[in-house]
Design a protein around this ligand. Structure first.
Ligand code: ZN
Length: 878
């Protein structure tokens, strides 16, 4: 404040200049000052809480000014000055904004080119993973960075928006025995006093601030060879090299497939994959991708099929970003989907090409169905959303951007044709390499090869929320044709406004003994589509060919029965899963009766393919929870046992020699479902015995089913098991195993034990970044414990807020209103609303989380009115 008053007085004394504005920008920098290069110098010692920094930014001041605003948070600025290319250097006074900005004010107007020089001190966070932060593994501290979307400003004052894309040159001063890594190879190293060394990295190609990264610590390095000229390494916390074997094998192979798809070589000089002992996290920093330890490392002796698939998916995602996001960067966060939707689409496409036996086409269908379930809310948002606040930036990183975005891309790829779509992607990358781009740039590139203007249909999906529902009826006179209508798919009781899309509609049908496929565009609410090539009336129709379209199908007349004749054996597995998924959604939305949907379950529970069995089990989940009256719940459990019990018991908890990957995956999903929701006693007792034995000896359960066994045991478990799990979790050094133990601790169905697990959030036994989600949200899975998390949050809100990570891109508080997700009555809804209204506004992304939770409760209340009588009727006759 002192600084501010001084410079204001100086300015008031000077009548020559126009009155200056010392108001910081609202959200974005004005653009009147443009950076062209950064030189950053940081001194980082991993066990310290602060670091020292200095930055030289080459800028061009396009409109003369007395103040330069930059982004900065939590930086203690020590000196600042400007050296113009012409003229004498000037000292700046610092104008703090109290928010996301810092101003550097001068005692005269400045313009033209020069270097802005700032020295400062910053914080190394121990309780968040935003900016520069520490993590501990085996008693050693490691320092990492995470800047996306808006946290580079915690590491250096900068122009922290994606369109400021310029070269960076970093120098790190670190303890002499530590390894320092950043985006580029090391240019030079030199010894310094006090046991330190200086590591100077090569200047980077143009990068936005959010893609700059660093890591410092006593890492081990695993050499993964080269892909073309690019050296590939996996950088692990000390002593963990052996666990990186699969990653070191997979990464170069996936990278090759990506280079091949894009037909553009890997854009950077080297690729490091740096492991962080943290959960569920990965970041595509250029040339230095950071990954959560649990998604990349595993003991080769206990590696699971799930781990391999997850690893391939996350690596393909982050490496795809090196082109989609890094080489070509979204111009602003409203087009975050241009980064994230494409990387998500690639996380199944490339591993699917690498390992066809993984059936990732089925995973893709399930991901689409999952995205559609969240997207039918009235509070759902558009993929491409205007950004008016930091909260909007935080919201942009959600399932709509990732999963709906990926599903929409997949639909257009299918409609345009895989080869042409790929050509469009390549044109887009070449046109915008090293620069920024928008949705329109992408659509223009795609249209130029597709031979049709893809923008209107694409925009109808990008700029509107919601899921289209397409009803299809067959007309066979005079010619075979489909009568198609579209509307917005809405759950029972939804208040969302109606709308239409331009839908790329691809259908498959069998006529005259041949399967035909055809694609059309459905731009209107109602349309007749001639079935070209059909001489006679088709025997069946699949209105979503390949199940690749982002729309829900409603089958008119007997079309559903026809497509499912012979258990749909003429369809692919992915298609059968898609049709059953549509039925599941329609039953939840009142589109068909729950009785009709459930009647299909026994037949499809016998399908030879495990993925189809799981889709049938998803329909049976209608019987879970409060929609079934208490006195009929046991009958619901019996229906599940009758349909899936013998298969689940036969699979058992224990792997058999020669089990295929598919069998192992089915075991992981079906056995806990039948044991838990179906209350299958034999399986529950086995789980309890296996879990107790495992906690003592760490033996007796195949690694791929460990988590499910512990979870089911906890679901039916007592205080003794709780104590065993808690002690094991405290003593556990392996991050992955600890994660699993915490999941189990969050799975107790006994309300007292659910409360006891929540109390752990206030103890110092675990890192909140690890235990927050499993412990707080685990109890929402059961009717008996659904109220417990909200009661806990009400009682301990202040204590929680003090402990939680609270950064814009990572504000844990935003998740708090979702503790009401399991509610289904007006009283609890109103309590949740009145408790959080007036509070969530200060949580980044909080208002939207509350709105969605409240809408979910409203819909649950409305759906119950229809579902409960239907489920009652079904079970009464069962
Ligand atoms: Zn991503």
């Amino acid at each position: 404040m002192k600084v501010l008053r001084c410079s204001l007085l100086a300015l008031l004394a000077s009548a020559v200049f126009a009155a200056p504005s010392f108001d910081p920008p609202k959200l974005r920098l004005s653009g009147s000052v443009q950076p062209s290069r950064y030189a950053v110098d940081l001194t980082i010692v991993p066990d310290r809480d602060t670091f020292r920094g200095s930055v030289d930014i080459n800028v061009e001041i396009r409109t003369s000014t007395e103040i330069i605003w930059l982004n900065a948070i939590g930086l203690d600025i020590q000196t600042a000055g400007f050296s113009p290319d012409l003229g004498a250097p000037l000292t700046a006074t610092t104008v703090p904004s109290g928010g996301q900005f810092v101003g550097f004010a001068f005692n005269r107007m400045i313009s033209g080119k020069g270097v802005l020089h700032v020295t400062y001190e910053g914080k190394i966070s121990r309780n968040s993973s935003a900016g520069v932060f520490q993590l501990k593994e085996n008693r050693e501290w490691y320092v990492y960075s995470q800047f996306e979307p808006t946290d580079a400003r915690r590491a250096f004052p900068c122009f922290d928006e994606p369109s400021f894309k310029v070269p960076w040159q970093l120098t790190l001063h670190v303890p002499k025995d530590d390894l320092a890594v950043s985006n580029t190879p090391v240019e030079s190293q030199s010894r310094e006093s006090k046991g330190m060394k200086a590591v100077r990295f090569k200047q980077s190609p143009p990068l936005p601030s959010y893609l700059v990264a660093l890591a410092v610590g006593r890492f081990d390095v695993v050499d993964a060879g080269r892909v073309g000229p690019t050296p590939v390494r996996v950088i692990v916390p000390r002593g963990k090299s052996a666990q990186a074997a699969y990653a070191a094998m997979a990464i170069p192979q996936l990278l090759k497939l990506l280079e091949n798809y894009f037909s553009v070589p890997f854009p950077y000089e080297k690729l490091d994959s740096v492991i962080m002992p943290i959960s569920d996290f990965a970041m595509e920093n250029a040339g230095i991708i950071t990954y959560a330890e649990s998604s990349l490392l595993a003991d080769p002796a206990t590696e699971t099929i799930n781990h391999k698939r997850e690893l391939a998916g996350v690596c393909a995602h982050e490496m795809a970003h090196q082109w989609f996001g890094d080489l070509v960067t979204t111009a602003w966060w409203n087009d975050t989907w241009l980064n994230e939707a494409f990387a998500t689409w690639m996380e199944r496409k490339i591993p699917g090409e690498w390992q066809p036996s993984w059936h990732l086409d089925v995973t893709e269908v399930n991901a689409r169905l999952g995205a559609m379930r969240g997207d039918d809310l009235a509070s759902s948002r558009e993929i491409r959303q205007p950004i008016e606040s930091n909260s909007d930036i935080a919201n942009a990183f959600d399932d709509i951007t990732y999963e709906k975005g990926a599903a929409v891309i997949e639909m257009f790829e299918h409609w345009i044709g895989e080869a042409k779509f790929r050509q469009g992607v390549q044109v887009y990358l070449k046109q915008h390499a090293w620069g920024n781009a928008t949705a329109s740039d992408f659509e223009a590139a795609m249209s130029s090869v597709a031979g049709v203007d893809v923008a209107p249909p694409f925009d109808s999906f990008l700029d509107q929320p919601g899921v289209p529902e397409v009803s299809v009826a067959l007309k066979c006179t005079p010619q075979p044709a489909l009568a198609v209508t579209q509307k917005r798919s809405l759950p029972i009781g939804s208040q969302a406004k109606p709308q239409i899309w331009q839908i790329p509609l691809c259908v498959a049908f069998e006529a005259d003994g041949v399967v035909h496929r055809q694609c059309d565009l459905l731009p209107d609410r109602k349309q007749d589509i001639a079935l070209a090539g059909a001489q006679s009336c088709p025997t069946w129709i699949l209105p979503n060919d390949g199940e690749k379209g982002y729309y829900q199908v409603a089958y008119e007349d007997d079309l559903l029965k026809k497509v499912l004749t012979d258990r749909g054996s003429h369809l692919t597995v992915a298609e059968r899963v898609g049709v059953l998924g549509d039925i599941d959604s329609l039953a939840g939305d009142g589109g068909i009766s729950a009785e009709v949907a459930l009647a299909l379950v026994p037949e499809f529970s016998k399908d030879p393919d495990g993925h189809v069995v799981q889709a049938a089990a998803n329909i049976a989940r209608l019987l879970r929870g409060e929609n079934v009256p208490a006195d009929l719940r046991e009958k619901g459990a019996r229906f599940i046992r009758d349909s899936f019990g013998s298969r689940a018991v036969e699979l058992g908890w224990t792997a058999k020699p020669g089990d295929s990957d598919d069998t192992r995956l089915l075991r992981q999903n079906l056995v806990p479902f039948v044991a838990g929701t179906g209350a299958e006693k034999t399986l529950v007792v086995q789980a309890e015995t296996l879990a107790t034995e495992w906690l003592k000896t760490r033996r007796g359960i195949a690694p791929d089913i460990e988590e499910a066994v512990l979870r089911v045991a906890a679901q039916f478990g007592n205080r003794d098991l709780f104590n065993l799990l808690r002690t094991a979790a405290i003593q556990e050094h392996d991050h992955r195993v600890r994660e699993m133990l915490l999941e189990a601790l969050g799975s107790f169905r006994d309300p007292e034990l659910a409360k006891a697990s929540l109390d752990l959030l206030l103890s110092n036994e675990f890192d909140l970044r690890e235990d927050f989600y499993p412990l707080l949200f685990g109890p929402l899975a059961y009717v008996d414990t659904r109220d417990v998390p909200f009661e806990f949050v009400k009682q301990h809100l202040d204590a929680l807020l003090k402990r939680l990570p609270r950064e814009v891109g990572e504000d844990y508080a935003a998740a708090l209103p979702t503790v009401g997700e399991g509610f289904c009555d007006v009283k609890r809804r109103d309590e949740l609303d009145s408790f959080f209204s007036g509070r969530v506004e200060t949580y980044s992304g909080g208002p939207r989380a509350l709105a969605q939770t409240l809408e979910g409760i409203d819909l649950c209340i409305a759906a119950r009115k229809t579902l409960t009588p239907e489920l009652t009727a079904f079970l009464s006759h069962y």
